[in-house]
Design a protein around this ligand. Structure first.
Ligand SMILES: NC(=O)c1ccc[n+]([C@@H]2O[C@H](COP(=O)([O-])OP(=O)(O)OC[C@H]3O[C@@H](n4cnc5c(N)ncnc54)[C@H](OP(=O)(O)O)[C@@H]3O)[C@@H](O)[C@H]2O)c1
Length: 333
């Protein structure tokens, strides 16, 4: 008789507030063909995981383990997987969630070896936010040298990286907005020329740009922020929506307002990229990992909490008080 290995995880079986997260035991995942099993060292905490927990992506499964990104050591590989050594340190995107656990499994496409100068803690908070920031800035918004870029939720996981990617691609002016004054100083460290309070940002941006507006807006907030941002687009400007953190109703836009001035509005969704074009995740991840490894981009891990404190991390996400990147440290790491 083969005994199933039992592993630890944080999971929920009903949607709700942070308190639905609890410590559980479950069978060790087994890597299928093309998959890699990772012994998790650090799991990144993402806003999308709060949405997952609340049920935004659908009702809870029997045991739903959150976690879109993690670092750790390769523990096993499935059939057909080549190029990994057991025990090698890696960073991984987990499109099916599962990072808040002792072991996580994911397709090999979404696993990258950690370069020598990137530690496991940083790697734990990389594989969802950093490729998203790169994909939004470089691919969806096509930021060009000389652009003026406006980034909402500037102090967050994606926001702090997106500003640095925009700079690296040659943006001349990078502006950010935050929801509260206490985040302005923090966000200002990441390549922003100016970080503004979101309340009243539209007037402030017009003043700062001599009424020209901006070439690019990156918006994960939605609602009035999105509507006002569309008004700020200069001719040839691009707005990229990539989240609905505010939970507002959708915004509609008249195409005439866009095409008459060669403006456009689009979107980016890493989940859809992973499903339909996994090679794009990989090329964005490799590009931004190179920028982290050579010091061009600083991925700021502000909080390292024990995995058992996932509830605390989620309370901060719900309150919008987190900044930079939070990771959960596995007790066995
Ligand atoms: N489309 C994609 O592929 C993709 C991938 C990753 C992340 N995202 C999105 O990108 C955004 C940033 O993700 P992240 O993980 O790096 O999170 P984050 O920016 O660290 O945290 C979310 C931020 O959203 C802002 N916010 C606005 N309204 C809020 C509300 N009602 N409740 C809570 N927060 C609110 C807060 O910043 P302020 O205090 O500045 O308002 C908060 O800090 C999220 O919207 C996320 O869903 C999208």
């Amino acid at each position: 008789m083969i005994l199933e290995s039992i592993v630890h995880a944080i999971a929920f079986d009903t949607n709700g507030g942070p308190e639905v997260l609890r410590f559980v035991t479950m069978p060790e995942p087994v890597p299928g063909p093309g998959e890699v099993l990772i012994r998790v060292a650090y799991a990144g905490v993402n806003y999308a995981e709060a949405e997952h927990r609340r049920g935004v992506f659908g009702p809870a499964a029997a045991l739903d383990v959150p976690g879109l990104e993690a670092s750790g050591q390769v523990a096993a590989v499935g059939e057909g997987v080549q190029g990994f050594n057991i025990g090698e340190s890696v960073t991984a995107y987990l499109p099916g969630f599962g990072g808040y656990a002792e072991y996580a499994v994911t397709p090999a496409t979404f696993v990258l070896p950690l370069p020598a100068y990137v530690d496991l803690r940083t790697g734990g908070g990389f594989a969802c936010v950093a490729p998203t920031a790169y994909g939004v800035v470089a691919a969806a918004a096509r930021v060009q040298p000389g652009d003026t870029v406006l980034i909402h939720a500037a102090a967050g996981g994606v926001g702090t990286i997106a500003a640095q990617v925009a700079r690296a691609l040659g943006a001349t002016t990078v502006l950010g907005t935050v929801g509260s004054a206490d985040k302005i100083e923090y966000a200002s460290q990441f390549g922003y020329d100016q970080v503004l309070l979101r309340d009243g940002f539209d007037k402030a941006v017009l003043e700062l740009t001599d009424d020209r507006g901006v070439d690019v807006v990156l918006d994960p907030v939605g609602g009035d922020t999105r509507a006002q941002s569309l008004e700020l687009l200069a001719p040839f400007g691009r707005l990229v929506a990539f989240g609905d953190a505010g939970g507002y109703a959708d915004v509609t836009v008249g195409l005439r307002e866009l095409w008459k001035l060669n403006r456009s509005a689009g979107g980016y969704n890493i989940g859809d990229v992973a499903r339909r074009a996994p090679h794009l995740w990989r090329s964005h991840a490799q590009a931004v990992l190179g920028l982290v490894a050579d010091g061009t981009i600083r991925l700021d891990i502000t909080d390292t909490l024990p995995l058992a404190d996932a509830v605390v991390a989620h309370q901060r996400l719900d309150a919008g008080t987190n900044r930079g990147k939070t990771v959960l440290a596995a007790p066995w790491s």
